[in-house]
Ligand binder design. Sequence first.
Ligand code: SF4
Length: 416
Amino acid sequence: MALNACELEIDLFCRGLRVPSDVSLEGARGISRTRAGLGSGLEIVIPTRSWLKHDIWMNAPVTEDFAQGSPYVLQGSPGAGYSIYDRRGAQRYRVEVPREPPWYQRLTSRDVPMSRIGVLQGTYLGIYVNPVCAFWNYRPALNCRFCTTGKNVGGHEAAVKTVDDVVETCRAAKEGSGVTFVHFNGGFQGSRGLREAEPYVKAIKENVGLLVGVQLTPERDFRAYDRLIDLGVDHFSFCLELFDPEWFARICPGKAQTLGQSLFLEAMDYCASRLPRGAVSGEIIAGLEPVENTLAAIERITSVGAFPTVCVFRPTVGSDMEHWPPPDYDDMRRVMAAVYDACRRHRVPIGLAPNIDVSLVVNPDDAALLAPRTPGMLAYELWRRALRVVARPVFAKRMRATPRSPRSGPTSATRI
Ligand code: SF4
């Protein structure tokens, strides 16, 4: 039986996609080995043919060992279009392979290719702010075991990103690709991390006009979040990764030993209390710890009005876990259905901001396609649609470049 678009997305995350050598990917976005390595696959777009969501963006695993044995095979060409053929049930799914944007090849005024400053991950721009996550500097290294950041920054992407480089790249991405959201990520930077993000945030808000997200390891002094909120940050995400403390310590030794798991939850709770519902997220990896723990994490995150961003575990090439097995489809379908259900029950307004589709995870609103069509589900969908209309002018205003002093910046009280 044919899968719907979200089911196909989940199954591709679990089984990967084979790209035969005679299938041309000319003009497609290159495989981006950046950040934690989750962008190491092929960006594709799956049309949903559903009123619940138009398209699903995903980054399909193609380089990992497990993907070489996948039943899913990419067919087609740039001219004729692409489809994914499932050899098990002889199903065929039409997909798009997004083109590489012309601005990737442009140089910043420092002569750095813009693709080494930021990469599109779905429809948003991801930028790793330097320097490389400090967990990689410990001996022995304390990096998260699934991560490849320490091997990518300085290699596949620029080791130093000046504010000017970032502003020029963001402007090009906004003008050339219609990007609405830039996400600054940087792993562990010690206690100076959030302060070092401030000049980037300020410059983007003043000179480009984009929604801005920040994802760094949490800091104990929550005034750092207040400063960023006053500068106009729209979104914070906290990489909790694993909910069970023993799994957390095993897979994320740096986070466990230097910060402690509870700080991730406390910082998330604090930011969720300061920003509108749905502006903060807790990031978790599904497919490592028992599913019941993942479900408990989803419940915990949504209980404070945050939304879960759930990565399907990917044994990325070059990571310490590259030989681990990928997760099981039925487990991951259960998890993603729970994400949507928890967002609905806790009235978290998912999918509100314009044009943000994250290819590295199953977006919570992708998972609407998994939900039974109950009266509660339909009421939630109507509520989300009404909120989207109400929020449109608010987001439009926040995406306008607005030179201003930090003191006059917006606070959560002025926002949806
Ligand atoms: S905090 Fe962990 S996942 Fe994030 S960059 Fe550092 S090692 Fe990688």
